[in-house]
Design a protein around this ligand. Structure first.
Ligand code: MRU
Length: 364
């Protein structure tokens, strides 16, 4: 996608130097900065401390981290070590384990001197595949938006509510939940996005920045506004992303997603989840008991970051001194609340049968 008219992916290998570059999301939306990653510890910090974030991008970053390490030391011990370090960074997004499993099974059988080239190719493949998957999700989601537009008075905007940032910054390109929006906007449909702030880390600001760069009309709202807007018929559909979806279609996504799904059900608003297949955890059925939920630092809850009047990035405390805080980063929306899953192979209901039908190679 474009930043000030220039095309960027959220992660790439610099052709001239061979190093890996990322957009450093800690500074966005205020400053656009690019960072370089080299050692396993740097890749691990980038994932854990959210220089990069979003399930698909976490997976791609891990694959590039393995490749960078294979260029330094391609022994069995080194492959084991880098996979262990990276796998320990964030527990919820399944794409991390998916990418590392893929690296391990492709690289382990190779002689060490062949591993570096193979690992770079694999990381690039994972990135390219993510981009294509998200493009396909966009095309399938576009049809849903088209249908909604056709059911409204001519020219009226289709109003889509989204939570967190499931945009191109959270993937390698296009985004998942935002891809249908970008495709609809590019096709000339009138779309408007309600952007949930998404406390505590305010990933909604990243979504607002992306949409602004692409020229998509949007409004930033506090997390508690969604139910009210739905009651007053201001939302035509909800589209969110997912960090891990189970074999029966339970959806784990950024904290607060479940409450949006409840409000959507109560108000008859369709609730869609954009789901790239690497985000399906075929080993888990019940998302509420089976998915580990990341508990992040309480500082993210007790403090909030933004620009002060002088334009400096500042964190301020919002809680009384000494107040205990909690910070569960994700929640699970049971499949019964999900209207449909928008995958790269089409839209299906959130059920074991429908997912197995679309992805028969994983059935059973
Ligand atoms: O904690 P984050 O910012 O990594 O959480 C991101 C989300 O919850 C996204 O909605 C999800 O990863 C889908 S990204 C296409």
């Amino acid at each position: 996608m474009k930043v000030n008219g220039t095309h960027f992916r959220s992660i790439w290998r610099d052709e001239a130097t061979g190093v890996v570059r990322i957009i450093d999301q800690r500074r966005l939306p205020y400053r656009f900065e690019i960072a370089t990653l080299s050692s396993p510890d740097e890749f691990a910090a980038a994932i854990r401390d959210m220089w990069v974030r979003g399930a698909p991008l976490i997976g791609a970053t891990a694959a590039f981290g393995v490749a960078a390490q294979m260029s330094r030391n391609a022994s069995d011990a080194s492959l084991d070590e880098v996979c262990t370090i990276l796998n320990g960074t964030r527990p919820t997004a399944i794409n991390l384990r998916w990418a590392l499993d893929r690296c391990r099974s492709a690289l382990s059988p190779l002689a060490p001197e062949k591993r570096a080239d193979a690992a770079w190719t694999l990381a690039q493949d994972i990135s390219d595949e993510d981009t294509e998957i998200n493009r396909q999700i966009g095309l399938h989601g576009l049809e849903l938006i088209r249908e909604t537009a056709a059911s409204k008075p001519a020219g009226e905007a289709v109003r889509i509510l989204t939570h967190c940032n499931a945009g191109w910054l959270a993937t390698v390109d296009w985004g998942t939940a935002t891809s249908p929006v970008y495709h609809a906007h590019d096709a000339g449909l009138n779309v408007h996005v309600w952007v949930d702030e998404t406390r505590p880390r305010n990933q909604g600001a990243l979504t607002a920045w992306e949409l602004g760069q692409h020229g998509v009309p949007h409004n930033y709202i506090v997390d508690n506004a969604g139910g009210h807007l739905m009651q007053h018929e201001q939302v035509d559909m909800v589209i969110t992303g997912t960090d891990r979806t189970t074999a029966q279609g339970d959806v784990c996504n950024k904290i607060g997603t479940y409450l949006k799904a409840l409000a959507a059900r109560d108000n008859g608003v369709p609730f869609y989840v954009a789901l790239p297949s690497p985000t399906i955890d075929w080993t888990v059925t019940d998302g509420i008991t089976g998915i580990p939920i990341e508990e992040r630092s309480g500082l993210e809850t007790s403090h909030i970051q933004g620009l002060n009047k002088a334009g400096d990035l500042t964190a301020v405390q919002v809680t009384p001194q000494g107040t205990g805080v909690g910070n569960p980063a994700f929640d699970v929306t049971p499949n019964r609340l999900v209207t449909g899953l928008i995958t790269e192979r089409g839209v299906c209901e959130a059920s074991a049968r429908a997912l197995a039908g679309l992805f028969p190679e994983h059935a059973g």
